[in-house]
Design a protein around this ligand. Structure first.
Ligand code: FPP
Length: 252
């Protein structure tokens, strides 16, 4: 049976987050420059976005550029930014055709103006699309986002709007840049690394992790289906016992 047919449509994750890793190694194994890997990574972005939209996954977050990635060689950073502008500009039509809304998380103001412009235009154009949210994490790090949340709450305490005792989980969540979407049920990282790399630290408290040795440019729809099947075979207990889960439909 093809992998796709083994997926239970009733138990799809509402949100999948992916750490796209291995572009550089993929290129170097072919005797090419690292940017060749990033360029080929765009193909995988397209594959995965299409597969999620087709299946009915409502939210997909892709870690495209971390705060820490700014310390890469200048030539690689510039090439990545250029690739981003080109890709957004050429893919907006496809996003419209597939009813996908483009969103971003991260410190957009730190991106080159040309990037900000392209992203803002694409986000505006796709704003009323309903089938799926494609969320690009750009100049993003989870600690950066959590600090923003803390500062905003501290300001509300200072202004007398809330009391320290009012601070709770919901409030911290609501001040994060990810507040509009459910937390990811499934987190995928490619390339064989077993790290979270400052990605969605708060949001993945109860996510299921899936690691694969496949390098990102080689990641296909089939690989995504395999990850979802693996996820669907897991028992998500949220701190409860197995017996409680089987009698509690909310957690099935
Ligand atoms: C990690 O591989 C990948 C990145 C830092 C960039 C990801 C970018 C793309 C897939 C292309 C553009 C994306 C969009 C959304 C248009 P790495 O360079 O760390 O690989 P390595 O670990 O093998 O060195």
């Amino acid at each position: 049976m093809p992998y796709k047919d083994k997926i239970n449509k009733e138990k799809l994750p509402r949100h999948i987050a992916i750490i796209m890793d291995g572009n550089g190694r993929w290129a170097m194994s072919k005797g090419k420059f690292r940017i060749f890997g990033h360029k080929n990574g765009v193909k995988a972005v397209r594959e995965v976005s299409e597969a999620c939209a087709e299946m009915g996954v409502k939210n997909l977050t892709l870690y495209a550029f971390s705060t820490e990635n700014w310390s890469r060689p200048k030539a690689e950073v510039n090439a990545l930014m250029e690739l981003l502008v080109k890709t957004i500009s050429s893919e907006t039509k496809t996003l419209m055709k597939n009813d996908i809304r483009l969103n971003t998380i991260g410190n957009l103001k730190s991106l080159p103006i040309s990037c900000q412009k392209e992203l803002n235009e694409a986000m505006e154009k796709t704003a009323s699309n309903k089938r799926m949210n494609l969320i690009l994490a750009l100049s993003y790090s989870s600690k950066w986002d959590i600090i923003r949340s803390i500062k905003s709450i501290a300001q509300q305490v200072k202004n007398g709007k809330i009391d320290i005792e009012d601070i709770n989980e919901e409030m911290v969540t609501s001040e994060l840049s990810t507040h509009k979407w459910p937390h990811p049920e499934l987190l995928i990282r490619t390339s064989g690394e077993h790290r979270i790399s400052n990605f969605l630290l708060w949001e993945i408290a109860y996510s299921e992790f899936y690691f694969t040795t496949t390098l990102w440019p080689d990641f296909t729809k089939e690989d995504l289906y395999k990850a979802i099947i693996d996820y669907q075979q897991r028992e998500r207990r949220f701190g409860k016992t197995s017996e409680q889960i089987t009698t509690d439909e909310n957690y099935s």
